[in-house]
Design a protein around this ligand. Structure first.
Ligand SMILES: Cc1cc2nc3c(=O)[nH]c(=O)nc-3n(C[C@H](O)[C@H](O)[C@H](O)COP(=O)(O)OP(=O)(O)OC[C@H]3O[C@@H](n4cnc5c(N)ncnc54)[C@H](O)[C@@H]3O)c2cc1C
Ligand code: SF4
Ligand code: SF4
Length: 945
């Protein structure tokens, strides 16, 4: 089938999309099938396809979209990262995505506040603030992906609420557009402030809320939740508190209103100092009741976080995998912060041990003081919910009773009740959460497509919520929001009268029920719109993959993201031709696979779809390459003439001439004249090292270590292959260079699975006799390790598995080597070296060794750069497949390298080297880890001689 068919543009027949395009311009409006599929989900159990998506870029866009929606009576749903668990960022009308509004507008270090746009990711905000020693306190576990707009609208909080409170405690003011299209500054106005009077006149809805809160102060006080956290209903309690102190505290009203009262374009946030140091501790209790006794004592140490995971949760995530003792009945994770360097956390650790001494612990308390180890302790907790997706192919973790709050000292009692209840239902359940606040996340595993399980879900929804309200005097919602899932319970939680006030508030701001209808206040059943199809799939829709997807980083649009692509390619109505623009946009960087807690490989799904439409031109090139001699001769000709064709004016000409041919690779493909191409080798690596290279496959070679050099090291004159060989020799190894074909990565990205398999078969035979297979290229490393996935169960799979075990990247080889050849500083001066971690090497599990090697080099000051683990945008041939996007992806990497102050950036992959050399100026040298080693060994030799 022809693969150069034109890109299918978004359908233009839809009326709403057309109107919006006329209003806002076509770039900001999308209503094609794949986009609507991607935006039909968030991290909840629901699915509602919208009719159009607007990617707003300014306040004018927000006001215009609201005005349009109101004039036509079309539901309008604001959306940030779409990680809410309640269905509040999906809707049947227009989705207004604020992701492009993602700047920090102002930071006041002295007064400790920041003015930010709603599309900024929490982790990104804190990364930027960390340079000033500041941070935003509330920390939902989804902090790597969730955005400030969603956090504010949901009144999010997280493990550190104990110390920093929820979002509502940390917002100074908001800028909001109301359904009248007027803008307000929502801050705390003293009742005597003349500006307030003007505001109340301009926005009658605000006066309505003021009057209503004053008039019903007693009712509001009587219904105030008595637990430490609540995000259920509108926060008239906070407004009433303000009025009692003489201020009309508007942030209290809008924070937690879930996009139902207005759309936020800015938030001014209160910041806190980053702690000077932190201690993280893990305690495994043998007895659940003892947890209940220990918690109040531990709270006297004023921990900043105190988290619990019950026995079921520990079973479900796998005790052995996480080193959790078999007899642990519950695990506590706690954190103690020191605000100054004078506070001794070791003393705190001793105090913790003393508190725990009377209790039966299943193992020694684990203490971690350094950032990396602490992060490790948190890892399982933070990814808990999506990790549960791995447990069973049918029974999935379902969020429908996920966020209850009870008095903190009754949490063990709650856990006992829940274990009993779900035990009687024979339903596996994970119970974890913020024990210090009494906030429990309850996630039963159910197959909602099974009638019995569905009924159990409905029963649990009623029973658990009623018990929390009636027996524990708790709240049904601590931090995740009401959304669609708890909307039907809000009246039960607060009673008819207060619910009536909430309805009045909503009507005052949104008389036509345009803004996020069905959210917070609704009598629709929580089972409406459940996405039964998706709940049988492997993806938790948590969006963790979006946080590392380089394409999402550039486009900030769900249809151009890893999570969105999962939805698109697994949709019932998927078709390659309609989805080609998205299916071909993935870089195959594998960052999503590396990070996904549920074990989903989106890139592989995309490769499978490409395999249904292999690219013809690429197939022709790769077949020629597989034939060997002809292709090598062609590359020789290119190498010997490079001086001629690689001149600027010839390159411009070449870009024009090759244009139509490149279009056969992808509509966006070209050979950009300004792309710095690697120098081609006049004598290929195999020719230069003919004494190591064998032409035929050897059955019983004399050498035990083989070097899989791959294509780049063979054809490019970049010094990488020579460095790998020299480094191996220094370690006493003379490697063999057996006959080899392309490992398959680039071939796979163009859909030619059969060719990949053919090449793999050849390599399997050729490399089988060797004990160790050393690589220098990240992609070759991963592909060789992935060979077993190419073959069904059987002999070939076994051979592939055996080969995969023998593959080591040169940095691993050196880090593990018992030899320690002398090294010396090259050039006498100290180099500041940073490391770009190639995506495929990360996916192959090699992250520490290159850093270890670099840190060991004399005269090297190794500095870790921010975003070291993010894709640089080269991704093999992606740089020619979509040069413009590739360049945009690189911008973040270039910023990080510059900020690191490094004069050398090291990496482990020749393809990344091309991208780095192309995007960086001459002030920063680009080197392979093996080359830096080679230099250090040579310098030592020079000294000796
Ligand atoms: C694995 C995982 C762990 C989680 N852990 C936590 C946790 O520890 N604590 C916690 O509180 N939550 C948690 N959540 C839920 C969720 O991540 C948070 O509520 C988060 O703050 C939502 O942010 P978002 O950017 O994804 O918002 P979205 O999901 O996009 O939107 C959330 C709400 O905000 C509204 N909204 C978005 N932008 C605007 C705007 N500009 N103006 C007005 N309304 C707007 C939307 O309409 C919607 O109602 C978790 C979710 C997952 C998947
Ligand atoms: S693919 Fe994995 S990381 Fe991405 S949304 Fe699905 S479960 Fe989350
Ligand atoms: S492979 Fe890379 S570009 Fe493709 S979906 Fe995953 S993270 Fe995104």
């Amino acid at each position: 089938m022809a693969t150069s068919s034109p890109l299918i543009q978004p359908t233009k027949s839809r009326a709403i999309g057309n109107d919006l395009r006329t209003l806002l311009g076509s770039k900001k409006v999308k209503d094609d099938g794949p986009t609507l599929t991607a935006y039909a989900v968030d991290a909840s159990i629901y699915r509602i396809p919208p009719q159009a998506v607007v990617l707003v870029e300014s306040e004018d866009d927000i006001a215009a979209t609201i005005g349009y929606a109101r004039s036509r009576g079309i539901p309008l749903t604001p959306r940030a990262a779409g990680t809410n668990l309640t269905g509040s960022a999906i809707g049947s009308g227009i989705i207004l995505d604020v992701s492009h509004l993602n700047r920090i507008l102002e930071v006041n270090q002295e007064e400790q506040w920041a003015r930010v746009q709603p599309g900024i990711v929490l982790a990104e905000l804190n990364k930027q603030l960390s340079a000033r020693g500041l941070m935003f306190g509330p920390d939902p576990s989804s902090g790597d992906m969730c955005k400030l707009g969603g956090m504010v609208a949901n009144n999010s909080s997280g493990p550190h609420t104990l110390r920093y409170g929820s979002v509502k405690d940390n917002v100074q003011s908001l800028r909001l557009c109301l359904t009248s299209s007027s803008w307000i500054e929502a801050r705390a106005y003293p009742l005597t402030d003349p500006t307030l009077e003007r505001l109340l006149t301009m926005v009658p809805a605000l006066r309505d809320v003021l009057v209503l809160t004053q008039a019903h102060a007693d009712l509001i006080a009587a219904k105030r939740p008595t637990v430490s956290k609540n995000s259920c209903g509108y926060n008239l309690f906070g407004v009433a508190d303000g009025l009692a102190q003489g201020v009309f505290d508007l942030p209290k009203l809008f924070v937690g209103s879930e996009g139902t009262l207005g759309i936020m374009s800015e938030a001014t946030l209160r910041l806190v100092n980053r702690p000077a140091s932190t201690l993280t501790a893990l305690l495994h209790f043998k007895n659940l009741e003892e947890v209940g006794h220990a918690v109040p004592q531990i709270l006297t140490l004023q921990p900043s976080a105190l988290e619990v995971m019950d026995a079921n949760t520990l079973n479900l995530i796998g005790r052995a995998k996480h080193g959790i003792p078999a007899d642990a009945a519950a695990t506590l994770l706690l954190e103690l912060d020191a605000d100054s360097t004078e506070i001794d956390l070791q003393e705190q650790a001793d105090a913790l041990r003393t508190i725990c001494r009377p209790y039966k612990l299943a193992s020694e308390t684990t203490l971690a003081f350094d950032a990396e180890r602490r992060e490790q302790l948190w890892k399982a907790r933070k990814a808990l919910y999506p990790t549960l997706y791995r447990f069973d192919p049918k029974k999935k973790p379902i969020n429908f009773v996920d966020d209850v709050v009870v008095p903190a000292d009754r949490i063990s009692e709650l856990i006992r009740y829940l274990e009993g209840f779900f035990g009687s239902q024979h339903v596996p359940v994970a119970i974890f959460g913020h024990i210090g606040n009494g906030n429990a996340h309850i996630v039963p595993l159910l197959d909602v497509n099974d009638r019995g399980d569905f009924e159990k879900m409905v029963q649990a929804y009623q029973d658990v919520h009623s018990t929390v309200l009636n027996q524990f005097g708790g709240s049904i919602c601590g931090e995740h929001g009401d959304g669609r899932i708890r909307a039907e319970l809000v009246q039960r939680m607060f009673g008819e009268e207060l619910y009536g006030l909430f309805v009045q508030v909503k009507k005052a701001f949104d008389p036509d029920n345009i803004l996020n209808p069905g959210i917070k206040l609704s009598d629709a059943s929580f089972t409406d719109h459940i996405d039964y199809t998706r709940l049988s799939k492997s993806c938790a829709t948590c969006a963790k993959c979006n946080s590392v997807c380089p394409v999402y980083d550039v486009f900030q649009s769900e249809d151009m993201s890893a999570r969105g692509w999962f939805e698109i390619v697994t949709a019932k109505d998927y078709s390659y031709l309609n989805s080609k623009r998205v299916v071909e946009a993935c870089l195959n960087c594998k960052s999503c696979r590396t990070i996904c807690p549920a074990g989903v490989d989106v890139s592989d799904l995309i490769l499978q779809k490409r395999a249904e439409h292999p690219n013809r031109l690429a197939g022709w090139i790769f077949r020629l390459q597989a034939k060997g001699l002809n292709f090598d001769a062609f590359v020789h000709v290119l190498a010997s003439t490079q001086r001629l064709w690689d001149r600027p004016f010839v390159r411009k000409l070449l870009e024009r001439i090759t244009g139509p041919i490149m279009k056969a690779l992808a509509p966006t493909a070209r050979l950009p004249h300004d792309l710095v191409l690697p120098k081609l080798a006049r004598r290929h690596l195999r020719e230069r090292y003919a004494h190591l290279a064998t032409r035929e496959i050897e059955e019983s070679p004399t050498r035990t270590v083989a070097y899989f050099h791959g294509c780049a090291a063979n054809y490019f004159d970049d010094g990488v292959g020579d460095a790998v060989i020299e480094v191996l020799k220094k370690h006493g190894v003379e490697p063999a260079l057996p006959p080899q074909r392309c490992s398959g990565t680039p071939i796979q990205t163009y859909g030619h699975v059969d060719l990949v398999r053919d090449g793999a078969r050849f390599n399997l035979w050729s490399f089988a006799p060797y004990k160790t297979i050393v690589t220098g290229c990240a992609s070759c490393t991963l592909m060789l390790k992935d060979y077993p996935t190419l073959f069904p169960e059987g002999e070939e799979r076994q051979r592939a598995e055996s080969l995969a075990k023998k593959v080591v990247h040169i940095s691993e080889f050196v880090a593990r080597s018992s030899e320690h050849p002398p090294m010396a500083n090259t050039g006498g001066t100290t180099k500041r070296v940073t490391y770009h971690s190639s995506c495929h090497l990360r996916a192959a599990g090699v992250t520490k060794e290159p850093r270890q090697v670099l840190s060991s080099l004399p005269g090297v000051n190794f500095v870790e750069m921010q975003d070291a683990d993010r894709c640089a945008g080269g991704a093999g041939t992606y740089v020619v497949k979509d040069y413009d996007t590739s360049k945009k992806i690189f911008e973040r990497k270039a910023r990080a390298i510059n900020q690191s102050g490094a004069n050398v950036v090291a990496t482990s992959c020749p393809a990344c080297m091309i991208q780095l050399k192309n995007g960086l100026d001459d002030a920063v040298e680009v080197k392979h880890v093996a080359q830096l080693l080679q230099e250090a060994y040579r310098a030592a030799e020079g000294k000796k001689s």
